[in-house]
Design a protein around this ligand. Structure first.
Ligand code: PGA
Length: 237
């Protein structure tokens, strides 16, 4: 299965930041991207321009979408709009969306279905909190999130396992814990779905994480903002 290395820029990036993508593309030098898919999910304001300039080398994606196609939803962006701007993927249910915008599993499911309706591949994020892991509930929590967040119909799908406590903290689960969770998710979703690990993936740990069975790529936040760091991760493993 071809690995997917995805960068999540979050609320970072202005027009000048597209130079980082240009540096990344130069660094790839026609290689690296052939045996893996590269994706950057910039803020919505940069999506069309990034797709226009770089979609021959990388995929671009959204960080969220509304479940409806259009309508009176001030400030929201639909999956169809993302597709029209050149997106191929959209992240749904990121823990920051779940926390900041009170998104629950049923919202995430509706967004994932909207993504497919628009021809995008949804990247559905799941992951336990620190307390839940401490209580030995990580598998149960992720299992419940999968049950509630995934569309019932067959179709294109990527899962991102992102323990909330590992995002932006420099902490990661043990390789054994990542392997256990990815094996658990694999049993639930079958062999055709790429399962990404996310949460403090850096140049220094990417090789070991990407070598784990059932880790089919990475969702990278902070380290995706600098071309040199992202390039090391893309080239790892
Ligand atoms: P991080 O973020 O790599 O900065 O921990 C990952 C994510 O939130 O997708």
């Amino acid at each position: 299965m071809k690995k997917l290395i995805a960068g999540n820029w979050k609320m970072n990036g202005i027009q000048a930041s597209l130079e980082e993508v240009a540096r990344l593309v130069i660094g790839l030098d026609g290689g690296a991207a052939s045996d893996r898919d590269l994706l950057i999910c910039p803020p919505a304001t940069l999506l069309a321009k990034m797709a226009e300039e770089f979609s021959d080398v990388i995929f671009v994606g959204g960080q969220n979408c509304h479940e409806r196609e259009s309508g009176a939803h001030t400030g929201d962006v639909s999956a169809e709009m993302l597709a029209d701007a050149g997106a191929s993927y959209v992240i749904v249910g990121h823990s920051e969306r779940r926390a900041d915008h009170h998104e629950v599993d049923s919202d995430v499911k509706a967004k994932a279905m909207a993504a497919r309706r628009a021809g995008l591949t949804p990247i559905v994020c799941v992951g336990e909190s620190e307390a839940q892991r401490g209580e030995g509930e990580a598998l149960n929590v992720v299992g419940a999130q999968l049950s509630g967040s995934l569309p019932e119909e067959e179709g294109e799908l990527v899962i991102a396992y992102e323990p909330v406590w590992a995002i932006g903290t420099g902490l990661t689960p043990t390789l054994g814990d990542i392997a256990e969770m990815h094996g658990f998710i694999r049993d639930r979703v079958g062999s055709g779905v790429r399962i990404l690990y996310g949460g403090s993936v850096k140049p220094g740990n990417a090789h070991d994480i990407l070598a784990i069975k059932d880790v089919n790529g990475a969702l990278v936040g902070g380290a995706s903002l600098k071309a040199s760091d992202f390039l090391s991760i893309v080239s790892a493993g």
